[in-house]
Design a protein around this ligand. Sequence first.
Ligand SMILES: Nc1nc2c(ncn2[C@@H]2O[C@H](COP(=O)(O)OP(=O)(O)OP(=O)(O)O)[C@@H](O)[C@H]2O)c(=O)[nH]1
Ligand SMILES: [Zn+2]
Length: 198
Amino acid sequence: MAFKKIEQYDEKIMPGLINHYRESLKLLGEDPEREGLVKTPERVAKAMQYMMQGYDQDARAILNSAKFKESVSEMILVKDIELYSMCEHHMLPFFGKAHIAYIPNGYITGLSKLARVVDVYARRLQVQERLTTQILDVIKETLNPLGVAVVIEAKHLCMMMRGVQKQNSVTTTSAFWGEFEKNETRSEFTKLITSRLH
Ligand SMILES: Nc1nc2c(ncn2[C@@H]2O[C@H](COP(=O)(O)OP(=O)(O)OP(=O)(O)O)[C@@H](O)[C@H]2O)c(=O)[nH]1
Ligand SMILES: [Zn+2]
């Protein structure tokens, strides 16, 4: 089963996580017994498992589950796929949009599967650069296309709420392979992702 339901939490690790978050609350000067916090360690334990569920999911299987033989040779682009991930340095969220394009070579995949693949890799501890290349690599390996392009634009809370405290900076990462290494194809892709035509 590729997707863990939100209600399914690993009961084996729940007690350890709950205890850990209760202790953290105490160390941070809070009272874990006060009314508003009694259930907080359990809620955080569930939220963290939810945000880490990508480790148990198989992006290759997701793409293969809707892989269709089709002789399309034009670029297929899904843009503005919203994403939420967690930076591995501070365990704080980073969030934004992914744009994914590929040029098929005999096979296409279901459009929603591209968005699902983003979630599989985003729901882990990540750096934006690795998230970008992991998405590219799995599309390349599973669909054997003529080219793949992935661009991610994101804001990092670790740069906004703390640290350098820059509220408006946006980080863009990109990965290009195959046909997209050619200037012409890459600029067509760039034009399409920056166009406001929907
Ligand atoms: N390359 C990359 N860096 C990231 C990402 N998310 C967070 N970072 C950075 O990871 C770095 C960790 O640097 P450190 O100096 O070890 O941590 P720090 O003392 O908390 O750094 P400051 O955030 O500058 O206060 C910071 O510069 C973050 O901005 C990411 O997705 N990619
Ligand atoms: Zn960070």
